[in-house]
Design a protein around this ligand. Structure first.
Ligand code: SF4
Length: 330
């Protein structure tokens, strides 16, 4: 399986991922013999600098959430390397990972199920400080109050429980919890997908303000290109475990080079009624990552596929300055 690459020019990124793979083995029978694997992430490389957002976009099942979980070491990688501030954390034990856990945080999609309903909002936000032994009860309360203030919640709400908040407010609690340890990088796994459209922009703007203020790096995972466009500096498009296109936001939206990116973009509504975008509806579903198509993974749905595409996987390479795409025809 070929390696894919999406590199930032900065030689010292906060997060540097090389040829990351995550294959989930499939076992069968009484003897639990391995009969195959789910190739969820299959050779993905990228890096993210301080103050930068890399948007990771693709359809459901393309492996983008698994990338997020694997770089945080919530699940162990099958191959590749993960570096945080230049330190290789790929094979560190749970104990040795502890200092890095503070630097890497996550905001989940569903703010309700990710918050313990039996804990007050203040305790939820303060819990990471308690777990890492970073503040006594009094200091913890002060720091939590400051975090509430910073994410637009009232200090008086610290004693309320998750069910007493709206969806947008619950996601603000999730953001405050992620900020408690003053991380360097936050993985947002579809962080606004469960929110009303009117609330999504507020939460995205809050994340952008926090980034400017604190120099945070974001890995922003979403199936929604419009959302990714709003917050990202660079965008990596994923298809069946691989990055198929990577470039800066403006170039991706004005001059996409991969047929899959073209199809995704054609489905994004354009706010200007004078601009008509030709809709290209993708045929069929994403093939199973258990048995991905040979050659170019996208050939079963690509309108331009030729014989070569069915046997040879295209490498992710620079097709225009600063723009990488994995397609034989570019
Ligand atoms: Fe389509 Fe072939 Fe390009 Fe894959 S390599 S995107 S199948 S034209």
């Amino acid at each position: 399986m070929p390696e894919t690459a999406a590199r930032a020019p900065d030689p010292s990124p906060v997060l540097d991922v090389t040829d990351l793979k995550k294959h989930f083995p499939i076992y069968k029978g009484v003897l639990r013999r391995q009969v195959g694997a789910v190739y969820a992430v299959d050779g993905v490389s990228f890096s993210i600098r301080a103050g930068e957002t890399l948007g990771l976009v693709g359809e459901s099942g393309c492996g983008k959430s698994t990338v997020g979980r694997t770089v945080l070491r919530l699940t162990d990688p099958t191959g590749g390397a993960i570096k945080v501030d230049g330190e290789d954390i790929t094979h560190r034990s749970r104990k040795d990972l502890r200092p890095y856990r503070r630097q890497l945080q996550i905001i989940f999609q569903d703010p309700f199920s990710s918050l313990d309903p039996r804990m007050s909002a203040g305790d939820i936000v303060g819990e990471p400080l308690k777990v890492h032994g970073l503040a006594d009860a009094t200091e913890r309360r002060q720091r939590v109050a400051a975090l509430f203030d910073r994410v637009g919640l009232r200090k008086a709400q610290m004693n309320d429980y998750p069910h007493q908040f709206s969806g947008g407010q619950r996601q603000r609690i999730g953001i405050a919890r992620a900020l408690a340890l003053r991380p360097k990088l936050i993985v947002g796994d579809e962080p606004v997908s469960a929110l009303d459209v009117s609330i999504q922009a507020q939460v995205l703007n809050l994340m952008m303000d926090l980034q400017k203020e604190m120099g945070l790096a974001y890995l922003f995972i979403s199936h929604n290109l419009a959302v990714v466009e709003h917050i990202s500096h660079r965008i990596a498009v994923m298809y069946l475990g691989r990055i198929v296109e990577y470039t800066d936001k403006r170039t991706l939206f004005t001059s996409p080079q991969h047929p899959y990116t073209e199809s995704l973009l054609s489905a994004v509504p354009v706010p200007d009624p004078t601009i008509k975008r030709q809709k290209r509806v993708l045929q069929g579903d994403v093939p199973s990552p258990v048995n991905p198509p040979k050659g170019c993974h996208f050939h079963t749905r690509c309108p331009y596929a030729v014989d070569r595409c069915r046997v040879e996987a295209p490498a992710l390479r620079e097709v225009k300055p600063g723009q990488l795409a994995a397609c034989h025809l570019r």
